[in-house]
Design a protein around this ligand. Structure first.
Ligand code: NAP
Ligand code: ZN
Length: 364
């Protein structure tokens, strides 16, 4: 019997500590949530660090009309922790191992997408939070918690040389930027633009640099310029509100990654692309973008989107980051500072990812 065949009545549960939002306007606060006892294919993890993604903020505030939020909402999908228990069929992990979980905790395993290793495009995927929970009923609860139970296929290994607080953001920000770069052939010698130096953007810079590209950062924040050059990756920084600086780069990029969380004009970035260049949107503001036909037509440019990454590619990305010593630049916070962190995130004021030290939840 696989874990997904348990009905919500059959499965035993235990209590975990967590932080949740009660509605779209309330601050996050302490809560007790149920977790399932690990089944034969499950891995139980004591969470050590969890990154704060802007998607957590979009979800908590119910900003995505296509994915309404079910409350209480426990966000968090950049999870690193220590294995505390494994089911009888689990061979990949044992108690005491360091393990990680990203945005996905299940998928149907049978569809063409799953068969091809693209679980992130499975029509029946289960997100780490705010997805129907087939085991316990209600919705899944994420990583702002002291413990989680996840099917072994969706649990990843963290290279031992990486700092755990800085490795947590790789599970979303890392894979979301790595995946489209691999798909669109971003390799040595290409010119890559990164729009928005936030959590995703700064990971994109580090990864694009490690892939051997010429990286140009486009930012609205003057004060991030030095950081972009220092953090190991950016070759140039352009203040995107400066139209003269923008014009100089027109028609010269092979690939542009847009990681902006808010409404903005994407045509000025499409015009940066050379012929057959691609711009991929990973930033997910709710309001539709306006695209001028001529931004695309004149140079056969393409515009696409990309959703996180599959499990095999997430492991590939973690190993790549291990080899290249890449982690996020993190501000480590106790969970009690979560609402302050959300306020700063909404103002693009993070250097460059918050990572919650989950030991702080023990004293709650
Ligand atoms: P973040 O840390 O808040 O970074 C977003 C950056 O966007 C900011 O640092 C800022 O960069 C820029 N920005 C913010 N408001 C802006 C505005 N009004 N005009 C222009 N630029 C603005 O967020 P994140 O965690 O990196 O996430 C970024 C986006 O990606 C979010 O929408 C998130 O939901 C989405 N996301 C998508 C996926 C996926 O699978 N596709 C996965 C994870 C996250 P500067 O200060 O440099 O301008
Ligand atoms: Zn995320």
């Amino acid at each position: 019997m696989t874990t997904t065949q348990f009905s919500s009545e059959e499965r035993n549960r235990y209590k975990a500590k967590a932080y949740a939002a009660a509605n779209a306007n309330s601050p996050l606060a302490s809560i007790t949530i149920p977790r399932r006892d690990p089944g034969e294919h499950d891995v139980q993890i004591e969470i050590l660090f969890c990154g704060i993604c802007h998607s957590d903020l979009h979800t908590v505030r119910n900003e995505w009309s296509a994915i309404p939020t079910v409350y209480p909402c426990v966000p968090g999908h950049e999870i690193v922790g220590r294995v505390t228990k494994v089911g009888s069929e689990v061979t990949k992990f044992k108690s005491g191992d360091i393990a990680a979980v990203g945005c996905l905790v299940d998928s149907d395993g049978n569809c063409p997408e799953c068969q091809a290793g693209f679980e992130q495009y499975c029509p029946n995927m289960t997100l780490t939070y705010n997805s129907p929970d087939v085991h316990l009923g209600g919705v899944t609860y994420g990583g702002y918690s002291d413990s989680i139970v996840v099917k072994d296929h969706f649990v990843l290994r963290v290279p031992s040389n990486l700092d755990l607080a800085g490795a947590a953001p790789l599970l979303c920000a890392g894979i979301t930027t790595y995946s489209p770069m691999r798909h669109w052939g971003v390799t040595k010698g290409k010119k890559v633009g990164v729009v928005g130096l936030g959590g995703l953007g700064h990971m994109a810079v580090k990864i694009a640099h490690a892939l051997g590209t010429h990286v140009v950062v486009f930012t609205t924040s003057l004060n991030k310029k030095e950081d972009a050059l220092r953090m190991g990756g950016a070759d140039e920084v352009v203040i995107s509100r400066n139209t003269d600086q923008m014009r100089k780069h027109e028609g010269s990029f092979d690939f542009v990654l847009d990681a902006v969380s808010a409404e903005h004009d994407i045509n000025s970035y499409l015009r940066l692309l050379c012929h057959d260049g691609n711009m991929t949107l990973v930033g997910a503001p709710d309001k539709p973008h306006a695209v001028a036909a001529f931004s695309l037509i004149l140079k056969r440019r393409s515009l696409s989107g990309s959703n996180i990454g599959g499990i095999a590619q997430t492991q590939e990305m973690l190993d790549f980051c291990g080899k290249n010593n890449i982690t996020a630049d993190v501000e480590v916070i106790p969970i009690q500072k979560i609402n302050e962190a959300y306020n700063r995130l909404s103002k693009a004021d993070v250097k460059y990812r918050f990572s919650i030290d989950m030991a702080s939840l023990k004293s709650q």
